[in-house]
Design a binder for this molecule. Structure first.
Ligand code: FMN
Length: 324
């Protein structure tokens, strides 16, 4: 598995419907689940680990800080066929801090090391960590390298670094993705100082040109919001970042391939907009982008809507977009 380009874990966004859709656009991108807490997996009623076989390579992101619970969940993830387990050390929300996990774990590298070790002891798939460059006033390069050093000593050799710190008090999670300054150089420096580690950078990356520039310094790039809001940006990922020149699906072909998927989802009792809400950005930048978005937003949530909503939305677009 080459982790040159990955789509970031995003709560409420990178669910299995989005991931199925994203996989139609890029064969190579590594896809992350939303963060799933160990509590939800162990005590929840739903199946939080469900995914479609087509999604591979797919990584499960866990939220938690109890080594035994994480090990249990990592084992389940491996049994279910996930390709990687990732620990969230980046989320700053209050809810997550109350559970003593997410970004606040940067202050407890020894505990993160124990968590990683407990998981690695029970699985063969890679155990990886997604972190920030610091928290609150603890934002020196030394703080970051202490963290990476301690966790890598425990056996983790794959890190994704969201290249901004998190303020644990006073900023919402959304603000914590925008206000703290992005310092990519910190991630580059980690790669220089820990050359044996696989390091990806995350945060504010919007174009493949930017990806290529980061890849001069690092092993991988992780893209979040842009891969969700303008998903067809991933259509060039395979050729440009992986040298995989196989033809890619057009936007219209992606829509056509989503129709049987949506039919199955509805036949299983789901609603159309669970799936179509992730597709609203498909035509971004094309004539008809607004019409596409509007048609789905106005129709897909109505009770009884079937998979034909996708072909109808496509048919409502100008001819140029339908062929794109
Ligand atoms: C809606 C949303 C939900 C997110 N949920 C998670 C999450 O569950 N786990 C996580 O590690 N990061 C989460 N993030 C942060 C992203 O993974 C990523 O680090 C951040 O958006 C910066 O990357 P970007 O600028 O490419 O979007 C979330 C971001 C967004 C926008």
């Amino acid at each position: 598995m080459k982790r040159t380009f990955s789509v970031a874990p995003m709560l409420d966004w990178t669910d299995r419907h989005y991931r199925f859709f994203a996989r139609l656009i890029s064969r190579q991108a590594l896809l992350y689940t939303e963060m799933v807490t160990t509590g939800a997996i162990i005590h929840g009623k739903g199946d939080y680990l469900a995914f479609n076989e087509e999604e591979h390579p797919v990584a499960l992101q866990l939220g938690g800080s109890n080594p035994a619970d994480l090990a249990h969940c990592a084992k389940l993830a491996q049994q279910r066929g996930y390709d990687e387990v990732n620990l969230n050390v980046g989320c700053p929300s209050d809810r997550v801090q109350n559970g003593r996990f997410g970004a606040c774990l940067m202050a407890e590298p020894q505990l993160v090391a124990e968590c990683v070790k407990a998981m690695q002891d029970v699985v063969d798939i890679p155990v990886t960590v997604k972190t920030r460059i610091g928290i609150d006033e603890q934002d020196s390069y030394g703080f970051l390298t202490d963290f990476v050093g301690t966790v890598s000593d425990a056996g983790c050799d794959i890190f994704t670094i969201h290249a901004r710190k998190a303020w644990l008090q006073g900023l919402s999670p959304k603000e914590n993705r925008e206000i703290p300054e992005l310092i990519y150089e910190r991630a580059y420096q980690v790669k220089r100082d820990f050359a044996q580690l696989n390091i990806s950078v995350n945060g504010g990356i919007k174009t493949l040109e930017e990806c290529e520039a980061h890849l001069e310094h690092l092993d991988g790039v992780m893209v979040g919001r842009e891969a969700y809001q303008d998903p067809y940006m991933m259509a060039a990922v395979d050729a440009r970042l992986y040298g995989d020149d196989r033809p890619v699906l057009s936007r219209a072909e992606v829509v056509e391939q989503m129709i049987p998927y949506l039919e199955r989802h509805i036949a299983n009792g789901g609603r159309a907009n669970h799936v179509t809400r992730h597709m609203l950005g498909l035509f971004n930048g094309m004539p008809g982008a607004r019409q596409w978005r509007r048609y789905l937003a106005q129709n897909a949530h109505l009770p009884g809507t079937g998979a034909e909503v996708l072909s109808q939305a496509l048919a409502s677009l100008p001819a140029a977009a339908q062929a794109a």
